[in-house]
Design a protein around this ligand. Structure first.
Ligand SMILES: N[C@@H](CCC(=O)N[C@@H](CS)C(=O)NCC(=O)O)C(=O)O
Length: 198
């Protein structure tokens, strides 16, 4: 397996976490970030985005799709259940991270890189985190047992501690982050170092 990757990509980190969790041998193909994301003939993604997985010629984009594919390929029903309701709960958390949390997180992260997070962006993010807090389990996982939703959550949220937020407002999210970012596979996916503030 080859993973087109960048060390700072949260979406690639989600996939690296799962590959390490499953001890799946893989080669990382370093890509650049910060391009124009326009489709390019020499890029494995039609959108010019990473991650992209190449599994013996089967080329797959979209980090959440890759997580689902890899768990299914390895027949890890514990990580991505077959039961329709249990599977829907995993999908629900992954979709909430992508469609409710990421949209609010990204502007705040961009602000933080420029040194000042706008109050409006912070308020949007706080609202999104309030919702995610209500959705998840209270035992340090998204659904009650470790699943691919947790790989998605770790990649998406591991830099939350770097933002000017009082994480005490979200005890379930705080526990989730503590459990996930200290998991050996996640530490390996990061290359051995925890991100600052994780
Ligand atoms: N929905 C896609 C989003 C992928 C995405 O936004 N990737 C970012 C890095 S996390 C990227 O490749 N950006 C292009 C660039 O910065 O050049 C997924 O989940 O895989």
């Amino acid at each position: 397996m080859r993973l087109f990757d960048h060390p700072e990509s949260s979406n690639a980190l989600k996939v690296r976490f799962l590959l390490h969790e499953l001890n799946l041998e893989h080669t990382l193909v370093p890509m650049s970030l910060g391009g124009d994301s326009a489709p390019r003939g020499d890029h494995p993604s039609p959108f010019g985005l990473i991650p992209v997985l190449d599994d013996d010629g089967f080329v797959l984009t979209e980090s959440n799709t890759i997580l689902r594919y890899v768990a299914d390929r390895e027949r890890r029903d514990d990580l991505y259940p077959r039961d329709p309701r249990e599977r829907a709960r995993v999908d629900e958390r992954m979709d909430a991270l992508s469609f409710q949390v990421r949209g609010a997180l990204w502007p705040a992260e961009v602000d933080a890189r420029h040194g000042d997070v706008s109050p409006a962006h912070l308020a949007d993010l706080e609202r999104a985190l309030d919702g995610f807090e209500m959705l998840i389990a209270d035992n340090g996982t998204c659904t009650g047992t470790f699943s691919i939703a947790d790989c998605a959550a770790a990649g998406r949220l591991c830099h939350l501690g770097e933002l000017p937020l009082d994480l005490g407002r979200w005890p379930k999210i705080t526990r989730l982050l503590t459990e996930l970012t200290t998991r050996p596979a996640f530490v390996r996916a990061l290359g051995g170092a925890l991100p600052p503030g994780a």
